[in-house]
Design a protein around this ligand. Structure first.
Ligand code: SAH
Length: 348
């Protein structure tokens, strides 16, 4: 363990705005003793600020069409071999029924940027809200302010839009023809409309440095997002980044622990990406301060087709085993499953 480690950790824990150098120092943790102290500190903060509980969200991936060209994502429009599908409103509402019947009180509707008509999405939201007592989280990428507004009025509660990185140049090198300012504006719009807003980053994307990650931790902390998703970059064969290495697991877990320490009362999932490596690291994520698991409720026939990266852990998980998965993870992590909606923990 490095000399002064505990001092730096204490400084970061009590700071309103930690220094970038301190964050970099802690992010570089590779020593098991240091990591034990870091992850324990993160879990202590989670337990105090969020309770010793794990929220569960049912994920439905309703369309794999995408007009974007994100260089890391298997659904980018240049991937002509990707299987494209789009569920119709009745199919989506039926899946909301599954999620609700399974005892979940949040459904996350995710898709590529497929231009699904805004009015149709609004109707789906209204139908789900009329039928079931369930929170709706949207994760459909960048749309117009008017669309966000329409969906909020229709009853959507939350929105996930990862910044991926706040660095202008790195953002450009990951997303051909797009810029981070538009993404930032979208996040501002969502927050101003009253959405419980989630963001996050990928760890180990090509070109990313530790300094980028430290800056992103500062950004995610300052913006006080209600949810923060962190996962390792996983190369997909049919993308320009096919030959780059996976994001390092240890760095992903260190980032997650630090985000917990800095942001305190945030919903942080043990992401599917962390479950989709050489082994399942979702328990490790919960033991580094995460407090959400998002099992996949997409029909078996389409799970594999929503291939943002290969070997998604959920493809092996059948709907009947969702409860076992959650129970196992929660009990091993020493957490209680919270079956309620689990709304934002920030003061509103
Ligand atoms: N179209 C939506 C949803 C994207 S998928 C949107 O733009 O917000 C959700 C997240 O998966 C992305 O934000 C990205 O962070 C992550 N992701 C995509 N491809 C990935 C890959 N190859 N490896 C790891 N994570 C990836």
């Amino acid at each position: 363990m490095r000399e002064g480690y505990i001092e730096v950790l204490e400084r970061v824990t009590s700071a309103i705005e930690p220094s970038k150098d301190d964050l970099i120092y802690l992010l570089e943790t590779k020593d098991t003793k240091e990591y034990t102290i870091l992850s324990q500190a993160a879990c202590d903060i989670r337990d105090i600020y969020c309770g010793k509980r794990m929220a569960i969200r049912g994920l439905v991936e309703f369309s794999s069409f995408c007009k974007n060209t994100c260089k890391y994502c298997g659904l980018n429009r240049y991937n002509k071999t990707a299987s494209r599908y789009r569920l119709n409103p009745d199919e989506i509402i039926k899946l909301a029924d599954h999620v609700y019947t399974a005892g979940f009180h949040t459904i996350v509707l995710q898709s590529g940027e497929d231009g699904y008509p805004a009015q149709e999405i609004a109707k789906i939201i209204t139908s789900i809200k009329v039928k079931f007592n369930i929170a709706i989280t949207l994760s459909v990428g960048e749309r117009s302010f008017e669309d966000y507004q329409l969906w909020k009025e229709a009853g959507a509660d939350r929105y996930l839009l990862r910044i991926e990185t706040k660095d202008r140049l790195l953002y450009k090198s990951l997303h051909q023809g797009r810029n981070v300012e538009t993404r930032l504006q979208a996040l501002k719009d969502l927050q101003s409309l009253g959405y419980q807003t989630g963001s996050g980053i990928m760890i180990g994307s090509p070109g990313q440095t530790i300094e980028h990650i430290a800056n992103d931790i500062l950004f995610l902390t300052k913006e006080a997002f209600d949810m923060i998703g962190i996962g390792p970059f996983i190369p997909h064969e049919k993308t320009p980044f096919a030959r780059y290495p996976k994001g390092p697991v240890q760095l992903t877990l260190n980032t997650l622990a630090l985000l917990r320490i800095c942001t305190k009362n945030t919903w942080i999932p043990a992401t599917t990406a962390l479950g989709s490596l050489e082994r399942d690291y979702r328990l490790d994520a919960l033991m580094a301060g995460a407090n959400v698991v998002m099992p996949n409720f997409s029909p078996e026939s389409i799970k594999k087709k929503y291939e943002i990266y290969p070997n998604k852990s959920c493809v092996k998980e059948k709907e009947e085993s969702v409860h076992m998965l959650c129970k196992n993870l929660a009990s091993k992590a020493g957490l209680e499953i919270d079956y309620a909606r689990c709304d934002s923990l920030k003061v509103t």
